[in-house]
Ligand binder design. Sequence first.
Ligand code: NI
Length: 373
Amino acid sequence: MENHKNLEKKLTEWFEWFHRHPELSYEEYGTTDKIREVLTEAGVEILPCTLETGLVAIVRGVKEGPVQALRCDIDALPIREETNLPYASEYEGKMHACGHDFHITAGIGCAVLLNERKDELAGTVKIIFQPGEESSLGALKVLETDVMEDVERIWGIHADPTNEAGTLGIREGYVTAAVDRFVITVKGVGCHGAHPDDGIDPVPAAAGIIQALQTVVTRNINAFHPALLSVTRLTAGNTWNVIPEEAVLEGTVRTMSPEDRILFERRLREIAQGTAAAYGASAETEWIAGPPATYNDKRMAEACIWLAEKMGFAVVPEESSMGGDDFAFFEENILGCYIKVGTGKGQLIHQPGFCVDKRAILPAAEYLAELFM
Ligand code: NI
């Protein structure tokens, strides 16, 4: 294990470098250069591909076997770091507050370890350093290339600040939600605020729509299925004595099952249109589909649990989240499993005090490498 002690030292250094240099979605140029530099130095092959940021490392086993992949997202968030770490962000207003620096480093460690064991490896492993996860569409950039075409199975990891290092959260089934966005524009007829009878006020219609939309969750979706709707933006008018022409409301819908997702979109459109009509107004609905729900394949999850226990990890049932992950786009064509890696209890992801227990890095890399062996 002397070898791994060395690797651990390097992984820690690289992790600190990535943490100090957080880059936002699709701006991960420095991050990409550093990943390339580190992998090249370690003798790991980089697959030529057309990604602008992000890259794909490949380890070709000597023995016959399937092509499999590991996805590590690499982008940071526009958050001002408040950790007081000696290796805190050097970029004002940007921070690795979602642990993607940990994902990068674990992915590099996995690539290095697999590369050392090419003689024993059956098949090929592609390690995808994916840009733009926080935009929720970065996976599509990878899917636009031909990198995933021969991949049969894919694994993803996420840092988990609700568990200590040495703990893995794994479970079959849906683990993150489908992430959809909607914009409803309610159109009325503007007029003097003192003479509402001269126009059609879109504001009470918008209010009616907001109230009615919640009934999709309570009246239409099966009570045992997780689903939610949040109206997060509401705008209308620009002064106090004029009834505006239109009101716009925007928000997000989260569902787990594909059927609920279709049902929700249909009901949302019907309620917007029907409620607006009841107030004499009209409504236009725009539905912007994001990633589907992440689903952990049963056999892959079982294999992950078996290996985790064999390697001495504590295994807990993975918590579901109504948050999303664009990892799910890969799963539209490939079987997948998304594992939560305990990184020490503390502030949650996307919070300014979030930090990763560095003791989680090497075990994560060893575990991931072992998954492919
Ligand atoms: Ni994340």
